[in-house]
Write a protein that binds this ligand. Structure first.
Ligand code: XMP
Ligand code: MG
Length: 178
């Protein structure tokens, strides 16, 4: 798999350090509250697992599955809800946990949905922010790293379902997805 990676953008150490900081900040900001962290599958699974172990206040977790991507490295712009939540979010503080915010279409759709379900507040924690191709006026409340306009994989992020198990985040060689 390493030979398909053009460049390692964020190594294990950098990710671990930043995830710890995010966990500490969320613990501080939500002290005395009891938020639900909702991971957007599948991309956020690795980040979610590490992040929640750096949070020192009581929380709940849930997952949903949404996608705007086929197997291509291009956003379709259409968001599909493939699996829904299992807990009631009415009156709750929600933190959506994303792997990456790119066009912002997925987030826009989910934020609207949580509002209509009666959540008290919805914030977004994204490991990566790729603002270059943003199509919606929004930005995550908690951001791990700002990244350039490149297609990245690893630490949960995939190309055609591969590379999620890489412990680092790397730029995929263009020849792999072209
Ligand atoms: P939007 O465009 O809706 O996209 O903000 C969010 C989802 O698109 C996927 N995505 C990527 N996946 N490498 C990936 O592996 C990337 O560089 C990338 N950019 C966007 C991802 O699933 C994200 O949740
Ligand atoms: Mg995703």
């Amino acid at each position: 798999m390493r030979s398909d990676i053009q460049e390692i953008l964020l190594d294990e150490e950098a990710i671990e350090k930043r995830v710890s900081q995010l966990g500490a900040k969320i613990s501080e900001d939500y002290f005395g509250k009891h938020p639900i962290l909702i991971g957007i599958l599948k991309g956020s699974a690795v980040f979610m697992a590490d992040l929640i172990r750096k949070i020192t206040i009581p929380i709940e977790i849930d997952f949903l599955k949404a996608s705007s991507y086929g197997s291509a490295a291009q956003s379709s712009g259409v968001v599909k809800l493939e699996e829904d939540l299992s807990i009631d979010v009415k009156g709750r503080n929600i933190i959506l946990v994303e792997d990456i915010v790119d066009t912002g279409n997925t987030l826009k759709y989910l934020l609207g949905r949580f509002e209509s379900l009666g959540a008290t507040e919805v914030k977004v924690c994204s490991l990566l922010n790729k603002p270059a191709r943003r199509e919606q006026i929004l930005s995550p409340d908690y951001i791990g790293f700002e990244i350039p306009n490149a297609f990245v994989v690893g630490y949960g992020l995939d190309y055609a379902q591969k590379y999620r198990n890489l412990p680092y985040i790397g730029i995929l060689k263009e020849e792999i997805y072209q």
